[in-house]
Design a protein around this ligand. Structure first.
Ligand code: C5P
Length: 229
């Protein structure tokens, strides 16, 4: 089976408060999403790397793609949420992806993923019957808040993990799962709802952070620049 990497990059990224969509904010010398696209393309086991863009994306066309690996391409099929963006892209790629090919999904907003972490992840998941995801055990103690911002309760953190990406599942299973759970905030939560399909957890790395708020940008840039040294 082939591995197709999808990078959903069709969001608005409004929480970060910038004029350009989050995935295009410059980070260590290039737009944020280029980091993940290039790192994914550097893994020889990955057959194609596909950015999922908003239908009206005006930024992709501004770059000279002749400089980039040929494996990278774009589909302008973003939807109203991430699950819909992935579903639309799978429909668009239907003729090229077989049911038992792997679909690896990685957030455009996780630019610090490394080639070695990707390869470790693929080693762990490529032979799994279901598929899996990178995740980190929780380090912080969790509080549930009341609306008044007072602590209502503490949630025991034993056995709790924070899901990251990549997440990788067989194309057929992923499509069926997303069709049943179109509101899922990640691919794993859709697959988990299908009886007998518990995704495998592979320990990730805290540097594989998701850039959501302005301060995450600074941290991600420090990590990327330090690796270039
Ligand atoms: O908004 P959030 O940070 O959770 O988005 C996660 C990823 O999904 C981002 O890379 C974002 O660009 C993408 N996304 C998308 N289509 C949407 C919403 C988010 O591709 N409609």
């Amino acid at each position: 089976p082939k591995i197709f990497a999808l990078v959903p990059a069709a969001g608005q990224g409004t929480r970060i408060g910038d004029a350009v969509p989050k995935q295009y904010i410059p980070l260590a010398g290039k737009p944020m999403m280029f980091h993940a696209l290039e790192t994914l393309a550097s893994v020889s086991r990955i057959h194609a790397v596909i950015a999922i863009l908003a239908p009206l994306d005006r930024h992709w066309g501004e770059y000279d793609w002749s400089e980039f690996p040929e494996k990278i391409e774009a589909v302008f099929s973003g939807g109203k949420n991430r699950a819909e963006s992935v579903t639309n892209a799978l429909a668009h790629l239907d003729a090229r992806i077989a049911k038992d090919d792997w679909v690896l999904v990685h957030d455009a907003a996780r630019p610090c993923i490394t080639k070695s972490l990707l390869e470790q992840f693929l080693d762990e998941v490529e032979n799994d019957p279901v598929g899996g995801l990178l995740a980190m055990p929780l380090a912080d103690t969790l509080k549930r808040a009341e609306e008044t911002l007072r602590v209502a309760e503490t949630i025991p953190r034993d056995g709790l993990w924070r899901a990251q990406t990549p997440q990788m599942f067989r194309c057929g299973l992923l499509r069926r799962s997303l069709a049943q759970r179109p509101e899922s905030t990640d691919e794993s939560s859709a697959v988990e709802q299908m009886l007998g399909n518990a995704p495998k957890l592979v320990q990730g790395d805290n540097t594989n952070l998701k850039v959501t708020f302005a301060e995450d940008l600074e941290l991600a840039e420090m990590i990327l620049l330090r690796r270039q040294m």
